[in-house]
Design a protein around this ligand. Structure first.
Ligand SMILES: Cc1cc2nc3c(=O)[nH]c(=O)nc-3n(C[C@H](O)[C@H](O)[C@H](O)COP(=O)(O)OP(=O)(O)OC[C@H]3O[C@@H](n4cnc5c(N)ncnc54)[C@H](O)[C@@H]3O)c2cc1C
Length: 412
C-alpha cells in the first residue's frame, strides 16, 4: 500500500521497472516469506516488538552488516541520497518501495541500524560540512558503522536541552566529560552521535554542539543495562577526558539544537512507523491468536480487532504522508508526533487484547507455539511509549505547534 501511495509522485514506468529489478535482486539473494494473509498458526515468525538478544548480538549484527553491504553495492541501499555522498541520486520514493519489497523476504534483522539510517545520517546530511558528509554518509548507509545516540543523561531526557556533558575546546580537539544513559547499542556501536554543552554561559538551547564520536576513543566506557524484556540493548556511557577532533563536529559550535531537532523528528517518525516484515505483523498475528483461542465470535474481541486493523491502516497512511513530505523536499513537521502517538496506542491496544486472550499463558512459558512470545511484546511496550520522546512530550508538541496553545510556563 505504501508503495502505491508513493507511486503517485513517481513516474509509473520508472516505478514498474524499479520493482522488477529490485524483486529479481531479492529473489536471487533471499527466500520469499509466506504472505501475511497466508499466515498459519504454528508456523513462521512469532510476534516480536524489539530486537532479541538471546542469540549472539554480535553475530546478528555481522549478518545484518553483510546483507546491507550486498544491498548497498547492488544500488538499493540509499536510492534517494545524493550521488556525491554514495546515494543513488534517484527518486526518494524508491527507498520506501525497496523497504516494502524487502519486507516480503527473509533477510537478516536490520533494526539495530535504525538509529544510523533514520536518525544520525539525516542530521549529518542536513547539518554536516562537506568533509563530514564525505567521510561518514556512505559508510553509514552501507552498514559499516553501527551508530548509537548519546543524547539522554540522568536527569535530562525530556528536557534534553538541559544536558550537562561538557566539551571544552583544546586546539583542534574537544575534551569531553560527562555521563549518558539509555544509549541503545552503545556497547556494540562504532560511532556515537554525541550532544555536549560547549558554551555553559549561553541560553540552554544555544550552548550545545553535536559531534560524531568513534566509540573506541579512549575514555568512552559503555556499561550495558538489562531491561524488563530480558534484553540488554541499553547502556550507561561514561565519558572521561574523551578527545574528539573538531573535524567531527556536525554543524557550527552552539548550533547543536538544530541538528538534534532534525534527528528527533526523523526518530519519531521511525519509531512510530513500526516498520516490520509483513509476515511478522503483530496486528495480523493477533487475529490468528483470537482464531486459535476460538474467540473470533466474541463481540468485544471483534470490536477491538476492528480497532486494531483500522489503526493499522491509519498508521500506514500517516507514515506515507510523512515520507511524501520529505520526498518533496519539505521538513518533517509535527506529523512525526502524530505517528508516534498512534503507534504507541496501537501497541498498547494489541498487547492488552493479547493478554486478555491468553490469560496465564501470557506470563508462563507452557512451550505452546505463539503464546509466551507475547510476554516479550508486553514487556517491550512501555519502552516504545518513552523512546524518542514520551507520549506526554508528543502531546505538548501537538498542543503548541498544531493547536497553537501557549508554551509551558517555565519554557516561555
Ligand atoms: C526503548 C528506548 C530507547 C532509547 N534509546 C535512547 C538512545 O539510544 N539514546 C538516548 O540518548 N536516549 C534513549 N532513550 C531515552 C529516552 O529518549 C528518554 O527516556 C526519554 O526522552 C524520557 O526521558 P527520561 O527517561 O529522562 O524521563 P523524564 O524526562 O524524567 O520524564 C519522566 C516523566 O515525566 C513526564 N514529563 C517530563 N517532562 C514533561 C513535560 N514537560 N510535560 C509533561 N510531562 C512531562 C514524562 O512524560 C515522563 O512520564 C531511550 C528510551 C527508551 C525507552
Amino acid at each position: 500500500m505504501t508503495a502505491d501511495l508513493h507511486a503517485a509522485a513517481l513516474d509509473e514506468d520508472e516505478r514498474r521497472e524499479f520493482v522488477a529489478v529490485a524483486t529479481s535482486f531479492l529473489e536471487a539473494n533471499a527466500e520469499r516469506l509466506p504472505a501475511a494473509e497466508s499466515f498459519t498458526w504454528g508456523r513462521g515468525p512469532e510476534v516480536r516488538l524489539m530486537g532479541k538478544d538471546d542469540e549472539d548480538p554480535r553475530a546478528l549484527i555481522a549478518q545484518a552488516r553483510a546483507w546491507r553491504a550486498k544491498v548497498f553495492d547492488a544500488g538499493f541501499g540509499w536510492l534517494g541520497g545524493p550521488v556525491e555522498y554514495g546515494g543513488g541520486g534517484r527518486h526518494h520514493d524508491l527507498d520506501g518501495i525497496y523497504r516494502s519489497l524487502e519486507s516480503e523476504f527473509d533477510v537478516p534483522d536490520q533494526s539495530a541500524w535504525g538509529v544510523a539510517w533514520e536518525m544520525v545520517a539525516p542530521a549529518i546530511l542536513v547539518h554536516g560540512n562537506e568533509d563530514v558528509k564525505q567521510r561518514y554518509l556512505s559508510r553509514i548507509y552501507r552498514g559499516e558503522l553501527l551508530c548509537s545516540q548519546l543524547l539522554s543523561e540522568p536527569g535530562n531526557g525530556s528536557d534534553l536541552a538541559g544536558l550537562r556533558t561538557k566539551a571544552v575546546r583544546d586546539g583542534d580537539e574537544w575534551v569531553v566529560n560527562g555521563q549518558k544513559v539509555w544509549s541503545s547499542y552503545a556497547h556494540l556501536a562504532e560511532l556515537g552521535q554525541l550532544m555536549a554543552r560547549t558554551d555553559p554561559d549561553a541560553p540552554k538551547h544555544k550552548g550545545l554542539t553535536m559531534f560524531l564520536l568513534p566509540m573506541d576513543t579512549p575514555g568512552v566506557e559503555p556499561r550495558p543495562l538489562r531491561q524488563m524484556n530480558g534484553n540488554a540493548e541499553f547502556n550507561e556511557v561514561f565519558l572521561t577526558d574523551v578527545r574528539v577532533p573538531d573535524g567531527n563536529r556536525v554543524g557550527d559550535a552552539g548550533r547543536g539544537w538544530a541538528a538534534v531537532l532534525t534527528t528527533l523528528m526523523s526518530e519519531r517518525a521511525a519509531v512510530g512507523s513500526g516498520k516490520t516484515s509483513a509476515a511478522a505483523d503483530p496486528a495480523l498475528i493477533l487475529v490468528e491468536l483470537a482464531r486459535h483461542m476460538d474467540r473470533l465470535n466474541d463481540a468485544v474481541v471483534r470490536q477491538t480487532l476492528a480497532e486494531v486493523l483500522t489503526h493499522r491502516k491509519l498508521i500506514e497512511w500517516v507514515g506515507a504522508r510523512g515520507e511524501a513530505l520529505v520526498a518533496s523536499g519539505q521538513a518533517r513537521g509535527a506529523e512525526g508526533s502524530i505517528l508516534k502517538l498512534l503507534s504507541s496506542r496501537q501497541i498498547r491496544r494489541i498487547a492488552n487484547l493479547a493478554g486478555s486472550l491468553l490469560g496465564p499463558a501470557f506470563g508462563a512459558d507452557t512451550g505452546e507455539w505463539g503464546t509466551f512470545a507475547w510476554s516479550d511484546y508486553l514487556c517491550s511496550t512501555p519502552g516504545l511509549r518513552i523512546a524518542g520522546g514520551t507520549d506526554e512530550i508528543q502531546h505538548n508538541i501537538l498542543g503548541e505547534r498544531i493547536l497553537g496553545l501557549p508554551k509551558e510556563p517555565h519554557l516561555q
